[in-house]
Design a protein around this ligand. Structure first.
Ligand code: NAG
Ligand code: NAG
Ligand code: NAG
Ligand code: NAG
Ligand code: NAG
Ligand code: NAG
Ligand code: NAG
Ligand code: NAG
Ligand code: NAG
Ligand code: NAG
Ligand code: NAG
Ligand code: CU
Length: 582
């Protein structure tokens, strides 16, 4: 966590940014700390499943380094692009109040950092407390460019649960033997689907149920009688996952940087993009026999029967430091089957905000200013003149994806700059509030004509302070599938979920407006809907997209532009002079 040798203008800008961020209200006693990190992004050789390949990694680590902070801190990260391609980094789940400049998604809030260039991000923490993470937000670089962000309570504040003996990041990911960027190029060229990963990983390792993986398996050492906080992150590109530890139940206490009412489970279901904070009690003598080693395991959760899925199990080892050694292999936990929708639904239904005096909720219940119903679809588009399309379900087409039948087209200049500097022709402020056509969204046999989508860089503009409700509706076009929808710049309350077509007359009556979970990534159920609400009090340009990367590149995205409010503290910070150019 060394202090970076930043250039003078950058330092001045940072100081300005930090002073503005803290505002006049901060007294010296509450003053946030500024933590500095240097990220060197470069190609690093990694061997998994008997295959060696060069991957992009930060500081030679895969997964990358953990950022530690306290609630309300400012973190400054100097990113040095020492690789051979454009990159950007996103701070997933950090609201970045009034500070969209440093949010990260390429061509949304910034132009990419080119090879050989550096860019310094100022990351302003506010209400977040718990586990967040950072990852590349360019092409498919996230596959290996990611790591944890641990946000501790403020000095003098405590966790709303007994202090754990140790805290351990558990990063779930995916490994491809093939070069991920080459795969992206191939899918762009042929319009085909992205090949499934060769293995899921836990802290970068597939575990010893896979070839050439015995030595690298990651280990978590525990002592009897102590309680550990596992900070579970799903960094996977394409998979939601079940996670469990043999012989141990898990008490879930937080998600996406916000506390939950604790509940105890045999397994967790975590969607791509989400985090789950879970307490694990290392029982004396142990509950599951006199073992000293237990498997921690992760397996894909997937429901689209039209897609291939890898049913294999990634493992790590939970090892008791002070228990007698055991002969034989560790026990495997019972994970739900790869398509166990009921298990996933039952898990997600238990997420409720802690909602105490110290950790209150502020659910917008009285009024909604912007009602949006947004269909989520996999589509086809006609094959381009010079493309050789294959694999798509209709001859002469390629795969695409859309929200409200608009397949998002990434612009050549970032949307934030276009908005800030009034550059015309980059985006249109007319993203539809409703699907252009109402049909039976969940009918598994739709007419072929429904499969096609429009294209455009269409964004939704909302007034500062508006209460926004978005009901995400999955469609069965090319297969019902659950989608982890992620919003930048905000956490939102997940007020409702259900199966089938959303019923505007009946379903709002089932909303939880008392203690809904406060998340940044919502699992929209396959063949169902999920409703979120947020107050648009963070001005800026904020990407909203499915967190499955192949859906992101296919266009399952849009952008919220939240206008400035009247007072200075309701307005975006000025454009940093250090922004990379397109
Ligand atoms: C990295 O791997 C490539 C092949 O994948 C190999 O050519 C190269 O020598 C390796 N570099 C190092 C430093 O091991
Ligand atoms: C997917 O896998 C197939 C078979 O292994 C291979 O031929 C193809 O090139 C791969 N596609 C991509 C996009 O990597
Ligand atoms: C799926 O998992 C198995 C291990 O069970 C592995 O051998 C295989 O390569 C994996 N990948 C694919 C694409 O099937
Ligand atoms: C568990 O073991 C530790 C160390 O052996 C001991 O200090 C503690 O009292 C034990 N706890 C229980 C609940 O037995
Ligand atoms: C654990 O070992 C003790 C002592 O060897 C034995 O009495 C006990 O039955 C064992 N417990 C289990 C669950 O196997
Ligand atoms: C998936 O793997 C599990 C455990 O390895 C096995 O019990 C189950 O039958 C497999 N399911 C399918 C559909 O292959
Ligand atoms: C197709 O490729 C040819 C040769 O590269 C090029 O001249 C032509 O403009 C391309 N057409 C389109 C529609 O991109
Ligand atoms: C798609 O095109 C191929 C080759 O032109 C043809 O053989 C095949 O029958 C077509 N499939 C459909 C579903 O039209
Ligand atoms: C929509 O399609 C589903 C699945 O086929 C079916 O169960 C449902 O009855 C249909 N709903 C309506 C309103 O037709
Ligand atoms: C989406 O737009 C395309 C192109 O205009 C159209 O063909 C298709 O029917 C529309 N689909 C839906 C579900 O609105
Ligand atoms: C890298 O980014 C620059 C600036 O936006 C762009 O002009 C260039 O085409 C990008 N390179 C690639 C390979 O995408
Ligand atoms: Cu998706």
């Amino acid at each position: 966590m060394g202090g970076g040798v930043a250039k003078m203008p950058t330092v001045l800008w940072l100081l300005l940014g930090v002073v503005v961020a803290l505002g006049v209200a901060a007294s010296p006693a509450q003053a946030a700390r500024t933590n500095l990190y240097d990220f060197f992004v470069k190609e690093t050789n990694v061997t998994r499943l008997c295959h060696e390949k060069a991957v992009l990694a930060v500081n030679g680590q895969f997964p990358g380094p953990t950022i530690y902070a306290r609630k309300g801190d400012v973190v400054v990260v100097n990113v040095h692009n020492q690789g051979s391609k454009n990159i950007t980094i996103h701070w997933h789940g950090v609201d970045q109040p009034r500070n969209p400049w440093f949010d990260g998604p390429e061509y949304i809030t910034q132009c990419p950092i080119r090879p050989g260039a550096s860019f310094t991000y100022t990351i302003i923490l506010s209400g977040e407390e718990g586990t967040l993470w950072w990852h590349a937000h360019s092409d498919f670089d996230r596959a290996t460019v990611h790591g944890a962000i641990v946000v501790h309570p403020k000095l003098g504040s405590a966790y709303p649960y007994p202090k754990p003996h140790k805290e351990i990041p558990i990063i779930l990911g995916e490994w491809w033997n093939a070069d991920v960027e080459q795969m992206l190029e191939e899918t762009k060229r042929t319009g085909s689907d992205f090949n499934i990963s060769d293995a899921n990983t836990i802290n970068g390792q597939p575990g010893d149920l896979f070839p050439c993986s015995e030595n690298g398996i990651s280990r978590v050492i525990v002592e009897q009688g102590k309680t550990y906080l596992l900070r579970v992150i799903n960094a996977g590109l394409t998979n939601d996952m079940f996670f469990a530890v043999a012989g141990h139940r898990l008490t879930v206490v937080g998600t996406d940087g916000h506390y939950l009412k604790p509940f105890t489970v045999d397994h967790v279901m975590i969607s791509s993009g989400q985090t789950m904070d879970v307490l694990l009690h290392a029982a004396n003598g142990s509950a599951a026999g006199n073992n000293s080693r237990y498997y921690m395991a992760a397996r894909t959760f997937a429901t689209n029967t039209q897609l291939p899925v890898n049913n294999s199990t990634a493992t790590a080892i939970l090892q008791y430091a002070d228990a007698p050694p055991t002969a034989g292999p560790p026990d495997l936990p019972n994970l739900p089957a790869v398509d166990d929708l009921a298990a996933a639904t039952a898990y997600t239904a238990q997420l409720r905000s802690l909602a105490t005096e110290d950790h209150p909720v502020d659910v917008p219940a009285a009024r909604v200013d912007e009602h949006m119903l947004v269909t989520i679809s996999i589509n086809v588009l006609p094959c381009g003149a010079n493309e050789t399309c294959k694999d798509a379900p209709i001859n002469g087409t390629r795969f695409a994806a859309s929200l409200n039948n608009v397949s998002f087209v990434s612009p050549g200049v970032d949307v934030l700059d276009a908005y800030y500097s009034s550059i015309r022709g980059v985006y249109e402020p007319d993203f539809p509030d409703r699907p252009p056509l109402f049909f039976n969204f969940t009918d598994p046999n739709p007419a072929d004509a429904l499969l096609f989508t429009e294209r455009g860089t269409r964004v939704k503009v909302v007034a500062h302070g508006a209460v926004v409700e978005v009901v995400f509706q999955d469609t069965a076009l090319l297969g019902a599938e659950s989608h982890p929808m992620h919003l930048h710049g905000y956490s939102f309350y997940v007020v409702g979920r259900g199966f089938g077509n959303f019923d505007e007359g009946k379903d709002p009556a089932t909303y939880n407006l008392v203690d809904p979970p406060f998340q940044n990534t919502v699992t929209v159920p396959a063949g169902g809907w999920a409703a979120i609400r947020f107050r648009a009090t963070n001005p800026g340009v904020w990407f909203m997209h499915c967190h499955f990367d192949r859906h992101t590149v296919w266009g399952m995205d849009t952008v919220f532009i939240v206008k400035n409010g009247k007072t200075p503290d309701a307005q975006m910070m000025p454009r940093p002079p250090t922004m990379p150019k397109c």
